[in-house]
Design a protein around this ligand. Sequence first.
Ligand code: SF4
Ligand code: SF4
Ligand code: SF4
Length: 322
Amino acid sequence: MTKAKVAISWNSSCGGCDESIVDLEEKILDIASKVEFVLWPCAMDFKYSDVESLADQEITAALINGGIQNTHQEHIARMLREKSKYVIAFGSCACMGGVPSLANLTNKQEIYNVSYLDSPTVVNPDKIVPLEECSVDGKKLTLPEMYQTLYKLDDIIEVDYYLPGCPPTAEMIADTLGALLSGELPEKGSVLASNKSLCGSCDRNDTKPDNISIKKIIRIHEIEADPDTCFLAQSVMCMGPATRDGCDYPCVRGNMPCTGCLGPVSGADQGAKMIATLGGILEGDDEKGAGVVLDGVVDPAGTFYRYSVSASFLGRKREEDV
Ligand code: SF4
Ligand code: SF4
Ligand code: SF4
């Protein structure tokens, strides 16, 4: 039997999406019997040159995780696009920028300052930061050029399917691989998850009163949350109303509010949707009153757009304002 060739690749990401593949446990053996991995930098030692030598579209599917933030990542993404029949934006970083896209609220220099110079744990007396080109013992060394902006995958290449989640659950990955291998794929461009909001399937939805009145947002560590009552009814921020369903809400089942990792339903801006939801339930009838209620949201951009800055109305902060 000819096995389907599959490439898994990562860009600006944390490795959690790769880890979620391992969470398939014994199902991975079944998948491995049907696919031939041709690239998986996190787990296997393939060479990019081997992939480059494949014919165009010889790879059945490339699952690419992470946003694009440097020249090397862009080059590999373009190469995989050429070699693959289907490209899947794998995980919220590839779909929407993910947590790394919070970098779009600052700039490259500030990121270098924090990472290599100013953090209390950094010891760097010679103030060395990554250089795109340097010379060591007369030999030229180069590094990829880092971009000012982190791009979601479809800003750079055409994407066939989107599998959101930070990371997508093992069940979502199994369903995606199953659909790929059986050829039973939905319409090109589809998001491989529900297009309804998480609250609809959450088993606490019945405890969400029609008219909630929140005097102040409380952070989850400030209370002992009732495990059976909607978080919003307990004045705890839960992104469920503005988040796509499809994960089987593991966080809420673990008595932690949803932070929104599957992103918004199609066509919505996650932060705007959540702010509109809150607008109807917060007490405080003027700007000052609303400010008091929202004091518990210590990082508004990181709360409302934690996984989706690149795909949001924000996109990035104006560089001249950083
Ligand atoms: S989507 Fe989440 S788990 Fe996956 S690479 Fe990005 S940060 Fe990591
Ligand atoms: S707001 Fe959160 S806890 Fe409440 S129903 Fe929605 S997902 Fe469940
Ligand atoms: S409950 Fe929310 S944060 Fe948790 S996995 Fe689902 S979408 Fe992501």
